[in-house]
Design a protein around this ligand. Structure first.
Ligand SMILES: [Zn+2]
Ligand SMILES: [Zn+2]
Length: 133
């Protein structure tokens, strides 16, 4: 009968001690833990860059002239995503021509696109000025 209360008391005490130890540890810390320098990418790491769609400016839709005036249409360049995540393998950089999308919007035609000839649609090219192996 009393045993249950006793055990509960011990547990409560243990929790209190734990909390006390933790809080004093926090006080001792003083400064936040050092943030590891993100200077180097991991050797096998693939860089991820988020790209904003140049056609719809990230909105995912464009306004086009329809029969009844301006209508909203899904941006076909980014499939309504507003952009995309480009995964760039080591030794490569984002394609400067298509900005990583692998295709280029054709002037004048809102929904027609040309494959980027510089990166062949991959969105990235080999790092410039890298000695040929
Ligand atoms: Zn778009
Ligand atoms: Zn390109």
């Amino acid at each position: 009968m009393d045993k249950g209360i006793w055990i509960a008391g011990v547990i409560a005490l243990a929790v209190l001690i734990l909390l006390f130890v933790r809080s004093t540890d926090d006080e001792k810390e003083g400064s936040p833990p050092p943030v590891p320098a993100p200077a180097r990418q991991p050797e096998s790491g693939v860089r991820e860059e988020s790209l904003q769609c140049p056609v719809c400016s990230g909105y995912g839709h464009v306004m086009v002239q329809g029969r009844t005036g301006m209508t909203r249409r899904i941006c076909e360049f980014c499939s309504g995503q507003g952009g995309k995540i480009l995964r760039i393998p080591p030794g490569h950089v984002r394609c400067p021509d298509c900005q990583g999308f692998g295709k280029l919007p054709r002037q004048g035609e809102g929904t027609s696109f040309a494959l980027c000839g510089r990166c062949n649609g991959r969105g990235y090219i080999r790092t410039p000025f890298q000695p040929e192996s």
